[in-house]
Structures are given as structure tokens and as C-alpha cells.
Design a binder for this molecule. Structure first.
Ligand SMILES: Nc1ncnc2c1ncn2[C@@H]1O[C@H](COP(=O)(O)OP(=O)(O)OP(=O)(O)O)[C@@H](O)[C@H]1O
Ligand SMILES: [Mg+2]
Length: 445
């Protein structure tokens, strides 16, 4: 019979899990704080551990760290109320085998436990220990608690330290660059450079010398030798965004780098080496491009050692509410204006929209709406979204002209922070005319 150790400071949770798991035929041990958890995990014959994060004494991460040192083979499932990106990444990075949210979904828990016991995954994971000093990561935090996003956090946690090449695929605006940064800033290379290159932004020859550098005199205008991004990223991460757009020549050079870690500057004869992790991203379907001959197959396979596919927002609607909250908070910092009320109608419109531009479109729509909404209520019409049905849209539009004029002037005043001179300029009317309208429409504040 397998033995499961439950470490949680909450008596009720311990009790519920204990009952449930003993009914399923496991021997159950419990621990009410971190010290007890370590003592039992190390000193007793435990096959699996469920570990809470917040506990008196030493917290769950610390317990996990100690256990991974002293009983590295013991599979640990973190069960925490903090089922956000940081916790999920950190838990997996420190060697937890899975991470579940609280209150624990018992069916899901059974499934995970069975899987672990079945697979006999009592093997040690390749965990690298790092100091947990906070990386400059807060501004790059990703939110979303859908199954798909959690799986992505787990993958990030599992591969960050490895230095393996990663290919990130997903529609535009799904967060590919964020994942690339998360991989870097959660890895052992976080204090080394993270350099991003938008491959589609530059002409092929310029891109080549940007990436690999050039020697003095390599081409007209090359007045001196210049190191490329591969050299500048030494020890860190080079993020090649929109990798689908690189020319066949650069594909060959990149392939060689991935195979041999070698390259030459443009016009150079000396072979250089660089120790750089490559993360590539694309919003095009690379495998189709490979099939059509538009992208080298060998390079494709070298790039997708690990591949992360970001699902479009419309396929993870349960992330939308938390994203809206997060983005409004982000805008409060950015613009200094807070939205305290999001009416149900607004939320319904947001949920009904299909967001072809994904999180980026949601973010831009909210930013504009925050700027344009008077007061601190996020009005549905400020989103300027096509309402689901034509008739709804018509309802929004059936308005007398003066009402539209009033709203527009009001929006612009909000936008300029009630600065009338600028508002008049934007509206293309004289200052006295603006003053008159403000009086007429009662917009005086
Ligand atoms: N899960 C998320 N949580 C919070 N913000 C997000 C998330 N995903 C994306 N964003 C935000 O959406 C915007 C777009 O993200 P990002 O630039 O990473 O997308 P992308 O996939 O690289 O897009 P593109 O293909 O257009 O370059 C950014 O402002 C980012 O902050
Ligand atoms: Mg991008």
C-alpha cells in the first residue's frame, strides 16, 4: 500500500484530504507545519507528498527545497491557494512534480496521484537550485489560470534552466514574447543578457550583420568591425521573433550555429563561438512552411527541441476575467486612472468578442476605453466593440447628433485631463466655441 503525506497547516483541509485518500486505499500521514513535514518526509516511508505553500515555520517552497536535497526521489505535488504563474513556475522549477490550485479538485487530484503512482515516477528531476532573489520580472508577469496556461507555466518551469532551444508558436498577441522573457528570467541565466530581435523588421542583409556582426569593410558603410547579437547575448538568451521571416542564407547560418555553436561575422574569416540560448517565436505555421519548402526542415527540428504552443484567447475564455482585472490594474499604474466598476454589460461584450488580436487586442481596447471612459466606470460603448448582434449595434448607434457630439467632447476632455486648450486643438474648434459647448452640454467640472 502506498503512503501519502499531507502537509497543510489548515486542519479542515488535512482532514478532508485524509478521509478522501484513505477511502481510496492509501495510507495517509499528516503534518501541520513545515518542520513536521520535513521530518516525516525524510524520516518515514512516504511515496508521495501533498504540500501546502503557506505554513508557519518554514514555508512550502523551503520544505520542497530541503526535501529535494534530502530525498530527491520523493514526488511532491504542491497544492496551494496561490495558483498563479509565479507559484506554478517556482514549484515546478524547485522540483515539484505538479501544482494544483486550492480548493483541490478531488477528481483532478486522484487523476494526478494515480498517474504518478502508476508511472512510478520516483526518479529525481533535473533541478538546479538558484537563489530566489526576485528577478526584474514583475512587469512581465503573465496571468491566466486556464488549464492550457498552467501547462505552459509548468513547461517553463521544467525547461527554463536547461538552456534548451525553444520554439514558441501562437497567433499574434497571445504572449509569445512574454513566454520568452519568462523562460529567461526564471532561469539560471537571468543575470545574463536577454536580447530580442524582430527578424521581420530588417532587410535580410542587415539582419544578417545585426545577428552575426560584421568586419570592417565587409560592405559599403561598414567602417568598423561590429559584434552581432550572438556575441552580445553571450551567456544569455537570444530571442528571435518572427523566425519564419528569415532568409534561406540566414537559415543556413542559424542551423550551423545550433549544430556547432559556431559562426562568422559578415565578411569575416575567423570562426567565432558563442554560448547563447536560442528562443524563437512565430505566428505562422512553420510545419506548413516546411511542407511547402518555405523553411528548412532540419532547422525546424533544431528549433523545436522544446515547443510551446500558445492557444488563442478565444480558446481560453476562462482567462478573460482575470486578464481584464490584471490589465486594468496595469493601466492604473501606466495612466494613473483607475476603473472601479466594470458593469455586467461591459463584461458580456468582452466575453462575446472573439479577440482575433488576442491579449494584445484586449489590452489596447481596454487602454483606449480607460482613457475615454468618464469617471471610473468602464462603459460598454467605450470599448467600441461590434456588439454580437447587428440590432444591438444599431441600438448603440441610434442617437441624435448632439448626443454624439456631447459624448465626443466629454471623451476628449477626459483624454486631455480637462486641459481645454489641447481639447479644442484636437476637436478642431476654437477655444470660445469649446467653452460654449461645455456650458451647453453641462460638461463643466
Ligand atoms: N498571459 C498574459 N498575461 C498578461 N499580459 C499578457 C499575457 N499575454 C499577453 N499579454 C500582453 O499582451 C501583449 C502582447 O503580448 P506579446 O507581445 O508577448 O505577444 P506576442 O505573441 O509576442 O504578439 P505578436 O505576435 O503580435 O508579436 C503584451 O502587452 C503583453 O503584456
Ligand atoms: Mg511578439
Amino acid at each position: 500500500m502506498k503512503t501519502i503525506l499531507i502537509a497543510d497547516d489548515d486542519h479542515a483541509i488535512r482532514r478532508t484530504l485524509e478521509l478522501h485518500l484513505s477511502e481510496s486505499g492509501y495510507t495517509v500521514l499528516t503534518a501541520a507545519d513545515g518542520h513536521e513535514a520535513v521530518a516525516k518526509a525524510v524520516g518515514q516511508d512516504v511515496d508521495l507528498m501533498l504540500l501546502d505553500l503557506r505554513m508557519p515555520g518554514i514555508d512550502g517552497f523551503e520544505v520542497l527545497r530541503i526535501i529535494k536535497e534530502r530525498r530527491p526521489g520523493l514526488p511532491v505535488i504542491m497544492v496551494t491557494a496561490y495558483d498563479d504563474m509565479h507559484t506554478a513556475i517556482e514549484a515546478i522549477r524547485l522540483g515539484a512534480i505538479d501544482h494544483l490550485g486550492k480548493p483541490a479538485d478531488l477528481d483532478q487530484l486522484d487523476e494526478v496521484i494515480e498517474k504518478i503512482i502508476e508511472m512510478g515516477t520516483l526518479s529525481q528531476r533535473g533541478v538546479v537550485f538558484c537563489d530566489s532573489s526576485d528577478p526584474p520580472f514583475e512587469q512581465n508577469v503573465m496571468v491566466g489560470r486556464s488549464r492550457a496556461m498552467k501547462d505552459i507555466y509548468k513547461t517553463i518551469g521544467a525547461v527554463a534552466d536547461s538552456g534548451a532551444t525553444v520554439l514558441i508558436q501562437g497567433e499574434s498577441g497571445t504572449g509569445k514574447e512574454m513566454v520568452a522573457r519568462a523562460l529567461h528570467y526564471n532561469s539560471q541565466f537571468r543575470n545574463r543578457p536577454f536580447i530580442a530581435v524582430a527578424c521581420s523588421a530588417l532587410a535580410p542583409t542587415i539582419l544578417e550583420s545585426e545577428l552575426f556582426g560584421h568586419e570592417k569593410g565587409a560592405f559599403t558603410g561598414a567602417y568598423r568591425t561590429k559584434p552581432g547579437k550572438f556575441e552580445l547575448a553571450q551567456g544569455g538568451t537570444l530571442f528571435l521573433d518572427e523566425i519564419s521571416e528569415i532568409s534561406p542564407e540566414i537559415q543556413v547560418k542559424l542551423l550551423r550555429f545550433l549544430q556547432e555553436r559556431e559562426f562568422e561575422r559578415v565578411g569575416g574569416i575567423e570562426t567565432l563561438k558563442a554560448d547563447v540560448r536560442i528562443i524563437a517565436a512565430t505566428n505562422r505555421n512553420l510545419s506548413t512552411m516546411v511542407a511547402n519548402g518555405g523553411f528548412r526542415k532540419d532547422l525546424y527540428y533544431r528549433l523545436k527541441v522544446v515547443s510551446i504552443d500558445l492557444p488563442p484567447l478565444r480558446e481560453r475564455k476562462d482567462d478573460i476575467i482575470i486578464l481584464v482585472k490584471f490589465l486594468l490594474e496595469k493601466m492604473r499604474h501606466e495612466i494613473g486612472k483607475s476603473m472601479d466598476v466594470v458593469p455586467q454589460e461591459t463584461m458580456d461584450l468582452i466575453l462575446a468578442h472573439t479577440w482575433p488580436g488576442n491579449v494584445r487586442e484586449l489590452e489596447n481596447t481596454l487602454r483606449r476605453a480607460v482613457l475615454l471612459s468618464p469617471g471610473n466606470v468602464l462603459l460598454p460603448e467605450s470599448l467600441h466593440l461590434e456588439a454580437g448582434k447587428g440590432s444591438d449595434r444599431l441600438a448603440l448607434m441610434i442617437k441624435p447628433l448632439h448626443e454624439i457630439e456631447r459624448e465626443h467632447i466629454e471623451n476628449i476632455l477626459v483624454f486631455t485631463g480637462n486641459e481645454k486648450k489641447r481639447a479644442a486643438e484636437i476637436l478642431g474648434i476654437s477655444r470660445p466655441t469649446l467653452d460654449r459647448r461645455i456650458r451647453e452640454y453641462g460638461l463643466e467640472r
